[in-house]
Structure formats: C-alpha cells, structure tokens
Design a protein around this ligand. Sequence first.
Ligand SMILES: [Ca+2]
Ligand SMILES: [Ca+2]
Ligand SMILES: [Ca+2]
Length: 470
Amino acid sequence: MRRTLPGRSIRALGAMTAALTFTGVLTAAPASAEPGPNLRVTATVQQGRWLPGDSIPIDLKITNTGDAPAQQVKGYDSPQSGEYFQFQQNTWGDLEHRGAGTTFAAGESRTYRLHGTVSGLGNGDPVLEIRVEGSAEADPSDNFATITVGLVPAGTTERVAGHLYADANRDGLPSPGENVAGAQARIGGPGMPQDLVSTTDANGRFVFDAVPAGTQRYLFFHNLPDGWLVPYRPALRIDGSGPHTALDNPIKRPLSEALQASITLDKKTYQAGDAAKAKVTLKNAGTVPLTGLYAACDPAGAANALEVQPSSWGAFSPLTKAGELTPGQSVVLDVVGKVPAKAPYFGSTHLHCLFEGKTHLSGPSASGEAKAPGMSGDSRGQLWQDKNGNYRPDPGEGLANTTVTLTREGDKRLVSLARTDAGGFATFRNVAMGEYVIHVTGPWKVAEHPMVFHYAPPHDFGWGFRVVPG
Ligand SMILES: [Ca+2]
Ligand SMILES: [Ca+2]
Ligand SMILES: [Ca+2]
C-alpha cells in the first residue's frame, strides 16, 4: 500500500534534512574521532600593563565536547619562556593537580579565573602553557593553550612632577603667595634601592625625570615649613601609562590648633546593654571658620566601645561630614550609645573619637570612659631577666620567688599580690577585668610600661615583663 504525506509534512521533512546536513557540516568530528570525553581548552589573560606585585588574572575555559563525562580532570602549567609566572596558592580550585580532580559532563563548559604573579620584569613577558587532562581523552590535541602575559617592559620609567603649596587661605587651590620653595620631595618604594630626591623651586614645583616602574611609589616631603602637614596620598602606580606630571599637593595646618574637643559620659558605671549618654563638646578656638567637620569614633574597632549610630552625630556624622563652627563658636552634641555585650569582658566601655574636617588636617581626639563591672578571673604572666640580651624570655631567665603586686591605676589601691614560681610565672587570683599597674618587690623594677591588660577570654593575652635591677 502506498502512503502519501501531506504537502506540509513533506516541506517540514525537507527543512529538517537541510538543517541536519548544515549543522552536521559545522560540528562534524574528524573521521578519526573516538567516542568518549573530549576536553577543549582556551585561555585568555587580560591586558593590564602588569607589574611585580599585581595579582594577574587568567581566564581558563574548559569544555567537554565529547559524548561522555570527563572525570578526574586536573590542570597543569608549564613555563615556556620569560619571567616565571607564579600561580597563587589554591587558585586552581577543583582542578588542582595534587587533588582528586573534577568532572565535566558531556557538553559542559566552565570558566576558571586563575591568579598569579611575577617577581620581576627583566626576563620579559611570561609565556606559559596551560594543559587540562582527565582520566580518558578522545583527542588530546586541543587540551592546552599557550598564553603570553603582557608585562610592563623592563626599564620603564615615568616623569613625575607636581606642585607643593601651603594652602593658607584654605580654599584647596594654589593661591598667590602659597608656593613652598626649598622643600624636599622624595619618591621611594619596593625595588628602589634609594629614594629619588627633588627640591621644590621658587614656584613650588618639583620634578622627577625617571621614576622606575612599580605598583607602590610613595611621594613624600621633607623640610616643610613649621607645623604644616601633608595630606594622605595613596601610592602612585608607575607603569609607563602616566600621567603623573601635575600632582597637586596642598599642605595644611593641624585642625587640633583650632578645634577643641571633649567627651563626658553620664555615668561612671554601666551594665552591658545600657544606653550611655555622652556630651560631646566642640569649640572653634581659632580665627577661621571650620567646615566639613565630623567625628570618627573608635578607630581601633575595640569590642567594648560604645555602639553609636552615625545619625546621632547630626551634621557631624562621619557619613555627612557637614559640621561647621565659626570662630569662637561651641556646640554640645548629645550622643547616645549602647554599651556592648563585650564591655564586661574588658571591665570598661568608652567612646573614643577623632574629629576631622575639610579645612585642616589631623584633628584633636577626645574620649569618655566608664566601668563595666561583672566579670573577673585569674591573670597569669611571667617576669624575666634578659640575661642574653635578645629581648625575649628564654629558658632559665624567669625571675623566681619574687613578690609582684597589682594596683589600680587611679588611686593606686592594692588589688592583688602573688609570688613567682621557679620559672618566673605568677598568677593573680580572681581579679576584676580591667587595666592595672604591676610592681615588682625587691631590687627589681619592670623595664617597660608596667600595665597589665586583664581581659576575659578570648580577649586575654596574659602578661610578661622584662625586669632590670631597680
Ligand atoms: Ca581534547
Ligand atoms: Ca589656597
Ligand atoms: Ca633572652
């Protein structure tokens, strides 16, 4: 029996056949292709004028073009020429060749970002081959890629120049009469055996003709007029792309010359979780308006510092940096902070702030402190005589059978007393957390600052003091 297909089906069949033929041509494997996993590798390195110290990224794309999973897939690199390219530790992830390897399903493709560094420029661009292998492979000919990492050419230098001026009128711009002549500008950094030096001319200009390439080139100044300060400037990156020929360097007066700050807390003692009220008094004792003022509190990130919301600083918040004080003006800010749960671990809480502004550098600091009692514990440490002069306690250097005392810092009241053992160790029993002064009896004294910082674990670090004849 003869079957006929409707016209629509015939057309569809024709299109399908054409599509099969077409894609078949594009993806046809060589006649010799074996079945099984078949990895294909491409690698690219970003162009970045790379320097020693840079973390250089390489994108490694791996595709399993085969018809079976590729297993125990691992990556390898072999340097071909140029500077040695050192891959960073753990950068290969599950491709790490000392590990178990990874798996790529048939048709799966993944891209890995590998990072590495070079330690010099003298040997030229690193050329390296990256190879990927699994437990079986149909066609190893496309399992590797060769890449060239484009470094800054050896011997690259840049001209660096700029302007040094004392911004006496605080407008942030060079104004007539502000040029600083005769100051010493210096540039140094890793790989430079000595600083380059340039002296500013009558117009406050300095020039370095040839600063060698490097990621960290620090510009700093000596022989500045009395009391003037240089703003922070991040390290220059010298890679031949410049330009660093118009560096603007306004130097400024210390803010602490004009701004006075003090902090008082509303209580002498708090419990964890209490709301502490701080009165922060700021006064412009100088002769010019101060703007852009703000509080930067607890710069060390102490676990027992009062937790203050930035918004409670109003215009003086570190987020807005918009505080202003006219000459002679004072302001009292009522700031509320939460006593953190960790305060009793230290026996205290505090609000410690720096005050900075736009017109000057290096503002004053102020702090308010209070007790946070409730925790106590043993405090153990060692007294030692540095018999061999290496500034470290060594066996046989402990100061044995000696009485030591802890006293309170303020009223010098005796808090605890202990005696060292044969190794020079002593334990003060059940002492409230806090800071104390240590004293040694007999013909000895503590060589350094005799403070014991007695905090609860994990913030405890014991104590150890070098003693010298008293
Ligand atoms: Ca392959
Ligand atoms: Ca100015
Ligand atoms: Ca020693």
